[in-house]
Ligand binder design. Structure first.
Ligand code: CTP
Length: 371
């Protein structure tokens, strides 16, 4: 039995980047051999094991064959006879298809090192096209490595084009798609992800709602990445101005986490009003703050302020005065205390009404001061 470090760990080590996840491939072993050595199986049918002390993944060398539509439609063949080269051949990109042995020697049958040096994202073999998820993966790797000068090999882009036109992308599960999309949004140049999807014809299949978007959304998204904003802010920045039905349709299509959907919906509904700042007037401002539930969800409103500020910056405007106003308004309504109202004898629905009035006064006072 021999064990090799493979995939992302080898790639990132050669690029001089930090390595977080280490994956291993095991050649010449059976599942029973792994169990006998104390490795823990990951799934019932999948020849992957966890090494309990390190938590690292060890997969038996395997070949794969497509057996149906979409992700999951694969037949694996893992046996002690499968060679390292056969296992590497089933992988997506040449830069992901390298291995390193115990002595630190590189095993690179498909030119991964040359492509790393030449800054190419290139498929290993025509079997690339058997897995539609790879369209999203390659676009994600482009979003990660574009700052280092990486681009997609023309033949690989052609295969991605063919896959996009084949109807296979629709067979991806929402969970698998969102995992790639959310990771792509968190990369250093997320706008490249959407540019690649456009270039290979996948945008219209996966995100038809985004086809009409102007460049300013991608600019906002890119600024959000530069400011290291969280996923919620990046997703909302991308979708700003699409209209609520489209935001909802996209969020449901990919089963996005609730906090992402909520911020995108609320941002779409209120950003136009919020951008008027105190000029909007006390009552609509208070309604907006209530809709965000600034009392119990202060963070969500802060994120909304970021979305508005990024949108303004993307249009070449100075966002700071507006951001300050919105922060101050939230602080003003949060600063209204209930206790004095209770002490003044208010209770039940009358207390609710008095609180609303006090908050409205706080907003009006702030607006007068800022005008
Ligand atoms: N792989 C593949 N096709 C897929 C998924 C994975 O060929 N659809 C292969 C690639 O060789 C990849 C390895 O499995 O390097 C491990 O996959 P994963 O952990 O998802 O990616 P990494 O390459 O480790 O990249 P990341 O840094 O994004 O985790």
């Amino acid at each position: 039995m021999k064990m090799y470090k493979v995939g992302g760990a080898v790639r990132d080590q050669l690029l001089g980047l930090p390595v977080t996840d280490v994956d291993w491939v095991v050649v010449g072993a059976t599942a029973q051999d792994m169990l006998d050595l104390g490795y823990r199986p990951v799934g019932a049918d999948f020849p992957v094991f966890i090494h309990p002390p390190t938590g690292e993944e060890y997969a038996l060398a395997r070949t794969e064959r497509k057996s149906g539509r979409g992700y999951g439609g694969f037949v694996f063949h893992a046996s002690p006879e499968v060679t390292l080269e056969e296992d590497l051949l089933r992988r997506d990109l040449t830069i992901n298809a390298m291995a390193e042995d115990d002595d630190g020697h590189l095993i690179d049958p498909y030119g991964g090192r040359a492509d790393l040096n030449g800054r190419w994202l290139r498929h290993v073999a025509p079997a690339f096209a058997e897995d539609p998820l790879r369209v999203l993966r390659v676009a994600r790797f482009a979003a990660r490595y574009a700052p280092l000068g990486f681009r997609i090999a023309p033949q690989t882009l052609e295969l991605m084009h063919t896959l996009s036109a084949s109807g296979e992308l629709q067979a991806l599960t929402p969970e698998r798609s969102w995992k790639e999309i959310s990771r792509a949004l968190m990369e250093p140049t997320p706008r490249v992800f959407f540019e690649v999807l456009t270039a290979c014809g996948a945008l219209g299949v996966l995100f038809p709602e985004l086809e009409t978007l102007g460049d300013s959304n991608l600019n906002s998204l890119q600024l959000a990445a530069q400011a290291e904003q969280p996923l919620t802010v990046r997703w909302a920045s991308l979708l700003l101005g699409l209209g609520e039905p489209a935001v909802l349709a996209l969020s449901q299509r990919f089963k996005v986490p609730r906090e992402c959907q909520e911020l995108a919906q609320l941002s779409d509904r209120y950003a136009g009003q919020a951008c008027r700042g105190v000029a909007l007037g006390p009552q609509p401002l208070l309604d907006m703050l209530q809709a965000f539930d600034v009392y119990r969800r202060p963070q969500r409103f802060e994120e909304f302020v970021q979305v508005c500020a990024l949108a303004l910056r993307a249009q070449g405007q100075q966002p700071d005065p507006l951001a300050t106003q919105l922060h101050d308004l939230a602080a003003a309504v949060r600063g209204v205390a209930v206790k004095p109202l209770i002490e003044a004898g208010f209770s039940g629905p009358a207390l609710g009404e008095a609180l609303k009035q006090a908050r409205l006064h706080a907003v009006a006072d702030y607006c007068r001061g800022a005008a």
